[in-house]
Design a protein around this ligand. Structure first.
Ligand code: HMG
Ligand code: MG
Length: 300
């Protein structure tokens, strides 16, 4: 028998992961409209933006305005790679912060200019302060299956990094297939181990869809007991420092699959497509997800 939970939580990452790699500058007002329309679609957990160096990721330079001007609906995450990011996040009154570190050194050196150990040592006091101030902390674990520079990652190395984050007090582990190379067996195995080892921590799966295996990987993760998934409206996304990382799995396609299985997300697929339609004219490539294409065809 298949394991099908009653409810699944979708964490929308479009405004952050979706837009960070976008070549064309997206205006602050268009980002805010995208966020508003996703909230109207029923999304209650969302990564809004990231407090990172504007020299490294110019698209996120308006982070402060985005947080301050968006309406508070549920849990609104901002990414922070270091103490400065966390400080800026707290100044803007963000109630949830996502820190991020990859399993592999080579990826971290390119993404955050530090090795894995250096990043973890620097994040220890940052997480302690956030927790002390009552902030919800999510840890994003990149390159949990494959690294663009080092190839296949050992499951034990992922578990070890997660143990460190858990001992630092994080509330959630969002475990990522950064370059979309994992297959459903790998997804099932890693997420089963994570659910077994960390029964009281929120475990979220974050799949990029480079090889169109993300939906299959989500189904496999569901079988491992995962009921939280990061997805991006319009399938937008990708990390600028991970060659080969194309978009995240599309929110509208994942919600449609969950709907068809009778799993409740509280999200309206058609309204997500309206949000996608709104942002589509501000990105530099066509959006061609399954449900968005159907929506466009039926509205011709
Ligand atoms: P660095 O150059 O080593 O930083 O970069 P530094 O500490 O030496 O500081 C250099 C300058 O940056 C200074 O300014 C700092 O003030 C400033 P200057 O004196 O030159 O004017 N600075 C900052 N400014 C704003 N916000 C900050 C900040 N920190 C320092 N937080 C750093 C290190 C981490 C800052 C840089 O490498 C960086 O910003 N990296 C971000 C990379 C990124 O955003 N990647 C994408 C997100 S992760 C992802 O997409 C993966 C995920 O989706 C999961 C998955 O799919 O795998 C989450
Ligand atoms: Mg990502």
């Amino acid at each position: 028998m298949f394991i099908l939970p009653k409810n699944v939580t979708i964490i929308e990452v479009g405004p952050r992961d979706g837009l960070q790699n976008e070549k064309k500058h997206v205006a602050e007002k268009d980002k805010l409209q995208f966020i508003r329309s996703l909230q109207e679609a029923g999304i209650h957990e969302m990564e809004l933006t990231s407090f990172v160096s504007p020299k490294w990721v110019p698209q996120m330079a308006d982070a402060k305005a985005i947080v301050e001007k968006s309406e508070r609906v549920g849990r609104q995450f901002v990414l922070a790679p270091n103490a400065k990011g966390a400080e800026l996040a707290q100044e803007s009154n963000a109630n949830s912060v996502a820190v991020f570190v990859g399993v592999s050194d080579s990826f971290n050196e390119r993404n955050i200019n530090r090795s894995t150990d250096e990043s973890m040592d620097a994040l220890d006091p940052v997480i302690a302060k956030l927790k002390n101030d009552g902030v919800f902390v999510r840890a994003c674990i990149s390159t949990a299956f494959y690294c663009p520079y080092e190839g296949k990652i050992k499951q034990e190395d992922v578990l070890e990094l997660c143990r460190k984050f858990v001992s630092m007090g994080v509330d959630e582990l969002s475990v990522a297939d950064t370059i979309g190379m994992a297959n459903p067996v790998e997804s099932y195995e890693l997420f089963s181990s994570l659910k077994k080892e960390f029964p009281t921590i929120l475990i979220t799966a974050h799949f990029h869809d480079t090889r169109k295996m993300a939906i299959a990987n989500i189904f496999a993760a569901l079988q491992a007991g995962v009921d939280r998934f990061d997805t991006s409206a319009g399938g937008l996304g990708g990390c600028p420092f991970a060659p080969g990382a194309t978009g995240n799995v599309a929110t509208e396609d994942v919600v449609n699959m969950l709907d068809s299985l009778g799993i409740i997300t509280g999200i309206d697929v058609e309204k997500v497509c309206i949000a996608v339609d709104g942002i589509s004219e501000h990105v530099s490539h066509p959006i061609e997800t399954g449900m968005y294409r159907l929506y466009k065809n039926s509205n011709r």
